[in-house]
Write a protein of this length. Structure first.
Length: 276
């Protein structure tokens, strides 16, 4: 079973250690106060998660290499800086990767060229690695959920995020409301007196919440049906933030309807009753 972490007020009272956490988890299971069934992590969703993890680290390292390349130009000799500082990142990387400083740097300029070439080639290697991971992710996502990428505003990266959140056993999500709660888009009552409103949900998987937010932004700009909905709700007096919260809830419902058949297909079949 999957158990939520202890609340902070309980940590202040009881302390924090592995035995205390284990006892709290066991008591939660015995009290039937668990969060639900954990991910099985034995299928395509787990494969997508591992590839996305490798891709994210490669993208981060490539960004660091690009920043380091620009930082080296700031302190480079004037003639070298004057020749390279106006180039875009792609052209800068290609130019620096072709520098020929020699086998043994003998001055500041040759040492700077050696460093620029090293960082530029690192950038190119990471770009090749990211392209290979993207190719594998495209294949896996298209095989796992082709209907998901057919929806407006959902590409391979967003589909991979949502499949990772649902897991290889999406039947553990009992309803579309549980999926919305898992993504952090379920409405939370914040009404007072005659004012009826719902506030932002700060719980759930934040990566899935970010994914739904970006899908919402794209649809508000390019999807005709979504733009009509936004105009109608704005005429009712809803703010843009409230409209986006409603849209993310609807998008989560639409996505769950595609995941539900996957859950039924992956669920084990019930044994047939014997005729008497």
């Amino acid at each position: 079973m999957e158990v939520e972490r202890p609340k902070r007020r309980h940590l202040r009272r009881n302390g924090k250690s592995d035995p205390i956490d284990a006892e709290a988890a066991a008591r939660a299971v015995l009290a039937n106060d668990t969060a639900g069934e954990p991910k099985s992590a034995d299928g395509q969703a787990e494969m997508i998660r591992t590839l996305r993890s490798a891709r994210q680290s490669a993208v981060k390292a490539r960004t660091q290499a690009a920043n380091q390349l620009q930082a080296l130009l700031v302190t480079a000799p004037e003639n070298l800086r004057h020749r390279l500082r106006q180039l875009p990142t792609k052209n800068l990387v290609d130019t620096c990767a072709r520098l020929r400083p020699g086998a043994a740097p003998s001055g500041v300029q040759t040492a700077t060229k050696f460093a620029l070439r090293s960082v530029a080639r690192r950038y190119q290697q990471l770009s090749e690695e990211i392209a290979q991971l993207d190719e594998q992710l495209d294949r896996l996502v298209a095989d796992a959920a082709p209907e998901l990428t057919a929806l407006p505003g959902i590409g391979t990266d967003h589909a991979a995020t949502l499949l990772t959140v649902a897991g290889d056993n999406p039947q553990r999500l009992k309803s579309e409301a549980s999926f919305a709660s898992l993504c952090g888009v379920s409405p939370i009552e914040a009404s007072s007196g005659k004012v009826v409103r719902h506030r932002l949900n700060r719980g759930g998987d934040r990566d899935a919440n970010r994914c739904l937010h970006l899908i919402c932004v794209v649809r508000m700009r390019h999807d005709g049906r979504t733009r009509e909905y936004v105009a109608r709700r704005a005429a009712e007096g809803k703010s843009k933030r409230e409209i986006m919260r409603c849209l993310k809830r609807y998008i989560a419902r639409e996505i769950y309807r595609l995941l539900a058949p996957m859950a039924a297909a992956s669920a084990p079949s019930a044994p047939r009753s014997q005729a008497t």
